[in-house]
Design a protein around this ligand. Structure first.
Ligand SMILES: Cc1cc2nc3c(=O)[nH]c(=O)nc-3n(C[C@H](O)[C@H](O)[C@H](O)COP(=O)(O)OP(=O)(O)OC[C@H]3O[C@@H](n4cnc5c(N)ncnc54)[C@H](O)[C@@H]3O)c2cc1C
Length: 291
């Protein structure tokens, strides 16, 4: 049962931030409601005020600039990311992951800001955006700050958001030449959260040697995990079966999965190993092809 609350619908971002400042200790933001309504129905979230930001069209955008890269507003629905021709061209990994994220109905209502702010370590967007070196912009009535997405996740369903802050934008730098990113999750139910997932970015030089790599795991710990030891294994080397195995072992050791009704800790670690091999290989080969 959902407890009574006062429903507020700001018309502008400024109005939303001022409502948030006024009710910071007893309010909750709702956007698409796809995650929030579930926990409210379960009685896990009880609030006096619900501030509905879904109508803030000023935060519903996808823009690209060769210097600054990609900007996506927080109320942009998943479906818009999935359908964007710009993203298909510049960041194909994002459209591809969206096609496997939930159902069309959820993608129509659910937003990227809500997905990231929810802080669920099994989400698909955060690890992929972290592999793309994204930043997240947070605003309050007092001002704005932009932090690496990597620093946003602080614990189980916990983020660096202050009580008076909103997620307003995601920023992704332009993709460097000879660079590709791949993401895959393993799931038992088609188009649902993964049992575990791996995002891998690989940059190669003109000889095919790895110049840079980022590997980020979903649902392999309480937050998305950047597996830096696996990245170190790759940098400065050429692709080989032995190298992929070494990197996958390192990444699996860095994972910190739990056992739950969906999978055991051991199985999740195994998945991380298999998916790391596959995603690093896929990104590496694509990066070479682009060169
Ligand atoms: C059936 C189903 C399947 C799903 N499958 C997947 C999947 O495969 N992969 C995946 O990644 N996700 C999946 N999801 C999660 C889904 O992507 C999210 O529910 C959705 O993106 C959340 O966005 P929303 O706008 O609905 O957020 P809401 O539900 O409105 O809000 C979620 C949380 O974020 C907060 N919030 C929302 N917007 C902001 C903001 N701008 N600033 C600060 N806080 C904010 C809210 O207070 C709340 O705590 C699934 C959900 C469902 C229901």
């Amino acid at each position: 049962m959902i407890h009574d609350f006062t429903y507020l619908r700001p018309g502008t971002l400024q109005e939303a931030l001022s409502m948030l400042a006024d009710h910071r200790d007893d309010c909750k933001i709702i956007c698409g409601g796809q995650s929030l309504l579930i926990v409210m129905r379960q009685g896990l979230v009880v609030t006096d005020y619900l501030i509905d930001i879904k109508g803030l069209n000023e935060l519903n955008y996808i823009t690209y600039d060769e210097k600054q890269g990609l900007r996506m507003g927080a109320t942009t629905p998943h479906r818009m990311v999935e359908k964007s021709d710009l993203l298909k061209q510049k960041y194909p990994v994002l459209g591809a992951l969206e096609r496997k994220l939930a159902s069309i109905q959820v993608r129509n209502w659910g937003t990227i800001g809500g997905n990231l702010a929810h802080g669920d370590s099994s989400g698909d967007l955060a690890p992929t955006l972290m592999a793309l070196d994204a930043k997240i912009k947070l605003s309050s009535a007092k001002g704005s700050r932009t932090i690496p997405l990597e620093e946003f996740y602080t614990g189980l369903f916990e983020t660096a958001l202050n009580k008076d802050e909103l997620v307003v934008e995601v920023q992704v730098p332009p993709v460097r030449p000879r660079t590709a990113t791949a993401y895959k999750k393993f799931n038992l139910i088609e188009n649902d959260q993964g049992i575990a997932g791996v995002a891998a970015m690989v940059e190669v030089d003109s000889k095919g040697t790895c110049k840079d790599a980022r590997i980020v795991l979903s649902n392999a710990g309480v937050t998305p995990i950047r597996a830096k030891s696996g990245e170190k294994v790759l940098i400065g080397k050429k692709i080989s079966d032995a190298l992929l195995t070494e990197a996958a072992e390192a990444v699996a050791n860095e994972a910190d999965p739990v056992s739950d009704i969906h999978a055991s800790e051991e199985f999740r670690r195994h998945l991380v190993k298999v998916l790391t091999r596959r995603m690093v290989k896929q990104a590496w080969e694509e990066a070479i092809r682009l060169g």
